[in-house]
Design a protein around this ligand. Structure first.
Ligand code: ZN
Length: 246
């Protein structure tokens, strides 16, 4: 089975270089984008990879302590534009449980939500440096992903969740990060989520600025490189110039 990958652009913002490059000096500003992905199979199934964060207006309205994008873009509206009917979605894959990847799970009441078991454990009681990233904030009683706990399918192994979609364990940015490796008509594509913030993390092999474990990052990159897949990082702005991958 092969898939078309629809990158879903969710806005962009400026951040300091140190957030993008491990041990970066932080003197320069760089652009990053927010995003998620929709996979469309040859037989018409839509699968969601990550559910984005709150929109700019939601962040302002609720006073959430998150970075705001310059644009006000709704995840729900954007996925509908590529043909997704949220009620019909049967599978959501979460690369990790940070707020900007797992906020809108409630839109998919009939889906199984796949996430790694070690990521759930980390997210329930994160280290103090990651509390906000995992969505533990004053404005919500619990992180948003916990509201759909009955739909979660924790996975502990690297498995094919569908023919042509391999869930590779790639710790580094977080303990339980998944990089789905997807068969497309143009070859394998790995959605490496926040393993890289920018293509330069990949071309220069520099971990991103928020890695939980740099040594694990290098090991995960070796695994990804061995697949021969094209690597797609969620936050790189240039990616969203492509309407469809594969
Ligand atoms: Zn992210």
């Amino acid at each position: 089975m092969t898939y078309k990958i629809h990158p879903i652009f969710l806005g962009s913002l400026e951040i300091s270089e140190s957030a993008i490059f491990y041990r970066g000096k932080g003197s320069e500003k760089m652009r990053m984008s927010m995003g998620a992905f929709v996979l469309e199979s040859e037989d018409g199934e839509y699968i969601i990879v990550d559910t984005g964060g709150p929109s700019r207006s939601e962040i302002i309205e609720k006073g959430y302590p998150f970075e705001q994008t310059d644009e006000d873009i709704s995840f729900e509206e954007e996925i509908k534009k590529v043909g997704v009917k949220p009620d019909a979605v049967k599978l959501v894959i979460l690369t990790h449980l940070h707020w900007d990847h797992a906020w809108n799970n409630h839109l998919f009441p009939n889906a199984e939500i796949v996430v790694r078991a070690d990521e759930i454990i980390t997210a329930i009681h994160p280290h103090k440096t990651s509390i906000k990233s995992y969505g533990w904030i004053d404005q919500e009683p619990v992180p948003r992903w916990i509201n759909q706990i009955g739909q979660l399918r924790p996975v502990q192994d690297e498995i094919y969740i569908r023919p042509g979609i391999f869930l590779m364990h790639t710790p580094g940015h977080t303990e339980g990060s998944i990089s789905p490796v997807i068969d497309t008509k143009e070859g394998k594509v790995a959605l490496v989520n926040d393993m890289a913030m920018n293509m330069r993390n990949l071309t220069e092999m520099i971990p991103n600025g928020s890695v939980d474990a740099a040594a694990a990052w290098y090991r995960s990159m070796d695994k990804l490189l061995a697949t021969g897949a094209e690597m797609i990082p969620t936050h790189d702005p240039s990616l969203y110039d492509r309407k469809v991958i594969g």
